[in-house]
Design a protein around this ligand. Structure first.
Ligand SMILES: NC(=O)c1ccc[n+]([C@@H]2O[C@H](COP(=O)([O-])OP(=O)(O)OC[C@H]3O[C@@H](n4cnc5c(N)ncnc54)[C@H](O)[C@@H]3O)[C@@H](O)[C@H]2O)c1
Ligand SMILES: [Zn+2]
Length: 379
């Protein structure tokens, strides 16, 4: 069967532009797409046992042994996202003869992408990298934008580098084996792109959510590509997060507080962001006059990806403290991305803490009940 050319999304980067190819079945053509990048002394697939078990056969069809000789597998649990794993990978690369002209192909979720990205940035002071994201989060978020890194016992993502790949291959079909919770959690980030940048994407999600939840390949391809286009546009203008890139954190100030207050055990990141977006929607209503109808649409859409883990039994004060401890606060000021309307977002650093605390107090009851009319937060 003749394949149509995949639509390329171009990403601008100070260290070299690259493209993201997003299409159903693109992995079957991986060899051809990678070969266009030039010649490599050796090609190394880096992945985890779990991902390889789910997708190895398919990946091998597109990148046979004669093309990508080496497959290195390492644990992709969040606990293994550390410097020891980077060392293990680097040593395996030395043992298998990877030199400066080698290519690393990261096949997996955000953990694989972040760890392999950082290994690629540091091994021999930098070897080339192709990202093949296999979770929804990795496809719409972590594989695009060049942030790589690992955790320290003291905190997440504390050691890392900006290291853009040469190419990103996104195949929505790879999501077929993804556990449901991972998939739904990734949808929170997709909704986020609609809220911050694209009312049409938001409306498509409203009408197409049932198809998306069934993982209908066509609907998925559309929302994934659109999300990538938005992320590419934002990071292309602000690669190192000095301004605009911050809008990607919509829902994240609240979300990070929920994650850290529950020691990263209760929520998947996207689930915390889902709660966070509902809170940010309401805060937008209080602070920037986001129309009640828009907040209601955000909450209704977010709820459709749920059920979410319960809001923690933590006081609003403690959650507020967790927000202050977040590395994204600047000079002690909390920063919130708010959406004055659907499709538009801005950062605010002068939001009255009383209002935030109020939302933290009333959120669990507020978002659990039917949203006929949106009242003021007066808890
Ligand atoms: N660099 C960035 O800009 C950026 C952005 C967002 C998140 N992240 C990072 O990404 C990580 C989270 O990534 P994630 O949400 O992709 O989760 P993940 O990488 O932890 O993967 C989740 C689980 O799904 C499995 N898996 C992956 N693909 C699969 C598939 N197709 N079929 C079956 N199972 C599959 C994995 O083995 C893992 O068990 C965090 O460490 C976070 O810090 C980085
Ligand atoms: Zn996120």
């Amino acid at each position: 069967m003749k394949s149509t050319p995949a639509k390329a999304v171009k990403v601008r980067s100070a260290s070299g532009d690259y493209v993201v190819l997003c299409q159903r079945g693109i992995l079957e053509r991986a060899e051809r797409e990678i070969a266009r990048l030039g010649r490599f002394s050796s090609i190394h697939i880096l992945t985890s046992p779990k991902v390889w078990k789910a997708l190895g056969k398919e990946i091998r069809r597109g990148m046979p042994e004669g093309f990508a000789k080496h497959v290195h597998q390492f644990d992709d649990a969040e606990e293994a996202k550390n410097l020891q794993t980077v060392e293990k990978i680097s040593r395996a690369l030395v043992r298998t003869g990877a030199d400066r002209k080698a290519l690393l192909v990261a096949v997996g979720g955000g953990v694989v992408g972040d760890v392999v990205g950082f290994a690629a940035a540091s091994y021999l002071r930098g070897v080339q990298l192709v990202q093949v994201p296999t979770t929804l989060v990795a496809q719409v978020d972590s594989a695009v934008g060049g942030k790589t890194g690992v955790n320290l016992p003291e905190g997440k993502n504390l050691v890392g580098a900006f290291y853009p790949p040469r190419l990103v291959l996104v195949d929505p079909k790879a999501l077929g084996t993804l556990p449901d919770r991972e998939f739904r959690s990734g949808l929170a980030e997709v909704i986020k792109y609609g809220v911050i940048a694209d009312p049409k994407l938001f409306a498509f999600l409203e009408s197409g959510m049932d198809a998306i939840l069934r993982r209908d390949a066509r609907a998925l391809e559309h929302v994934i590509r659109r999300s990538i286009e938005i992320k590419a546009r934002v990071v292309g203008k602000d690669e190192r997060e000095s301004g605009l890139r911050e809008i990607l954190n919509f829902g994240h100030t609240f979300g990070h507080a929920l994650e850290s207050a529950t020691r990263y055990r209760r929520f998947q990141h996207g689930e915390a962001v889902a709660w966070g977006m509902m809170c940010a929607g309401l805060l937008g209503h209080e602070v920037t006059g986001t129309p009640a109808d828009a907040v209601s649409r955000i909450v209704t859409l977010v709820r459709r990806i749920g059920p979410l883990p319960e809001w923690p039994e933590t006081s609003a004060k403690r959650l507020l403290q967790a927000m202050h401890a977040d590395k994204k606060t600047r000079e002690g000021k909390l920063r919130f991305v708010l959406a004055p309307r659907i499709g538009e977002a801005e950062t605010f650093d002068d939001v009255p803490e009383k209002k935030v605390e109020c939302i933290l107090r009333c959120a669990p009851q507020f978002f659990a009940r039917p949203l006929k009319a949106l009242g003021k937060c007066d808890a």
